[in-house]
Design a protein around this ligand. Structure first.
Ligand code: TMP
Length: 215
């Protein structure tokens, strides 16, 4: 968000969201390549992760051995990783004027732990606010595709992690949750079809960022 619109920072905070296998990581790399070539300071990061602590929490969260993890424990671990990530990586980068491209952020908690696991939406929203403080995305792109197609793509690259192992109905609720979020917050959350060519998807996102940044 530009300094003159709200004085928070001079960088731009883009988050990429969507169901499993939607191609967020590929898009994050393509976007970074494009914006770095244009001479822009670009930071690519991801959740859970992005910090030493966050990567350790990621390993705990995704390890299929932790089947005993309760939904509230799971949410708190994602939020803990997020709080560290915001203060150690995202906020400083935005204050330096960078474009921050983050592969998943608070909306994944709303959708996976809220819609997916059935945790009360207000509780998830409260914990999201606590973890991010005032660091909220300027733009969120949801890469949408049928949940079953995404799972097939994700499973083709390795053995499924603890979250990917959940039943198809969970992943359907996740997809629907992201689409509902875009309807609820159309100014911030935009849906792009993840089944389009990846170069096309990348061009669409570049246009959205340049239209919104320094308006
Ligand atoms: P990734 O595989 O897209 O990097 O994300 C890791 C997994 O963690 C993915 O299954 C989505 C899940 N997740 C949540 O359930 N809640 C969250 O808040 C985040 C950030 C990710």
């Amino acid at each position: 968000m530009s300094e003159d619109t709200n004085g928070r920072w001079s960088g731009f905070f883009l988050t990429l969201e969507g169901p499993e296998g939607c191609g967020k990581s590929t898009q994050a790399e393509l976007l970074a390549e494009h914006f770095r070539r244009s001479g822009l300071l670009t930071v690519v990061t991801r959740e859970p992760g992005g910090t030493v602590l966050g990567d350790k929490l990621r390993a705990l969260l995704l390890d299929p051995a932790h089947g005993e993890m309760t939904p509230r424990t799971e949410l708190l671990l994602y939020e803990a990783a997020r709080a560290q990530h915001v203060e150690q990586v995202i906020r400083p980068a935005l204050e330096r004027g960078a474009l921050v491209v983050c592969d998943r952020f608070m909306d994944s908690s709303s959708v996976y732990q809220g819609n997916g696991l059935g945790l009360y939406g207000e509780s998830v929203a409260l914990l999201n606010r606590f973890a991010v403080a005032d660091v909220t995305p300027d733009l969120t792109v949801v890469l949408d595709l049928p949940a079953a197609d995404g799972l097939r793509r994700a499973n083709a690259t390795g053995s499924p992690d603890r979250i990917e192992q959940r039943p198809a109905a969970f992943h359907e609720r996740v997809r629907k949750g992201f689409l509902a979020l875009a309807r609820a917050e159309p100014a911030r959350v935009v849906v792009v079809s993840a089944t389009d060519r990846r170069e096309q998807v990348c061009c669409d996102i570049i246009r959205m960022v340049t239209d919104r940044w320094r308006q």
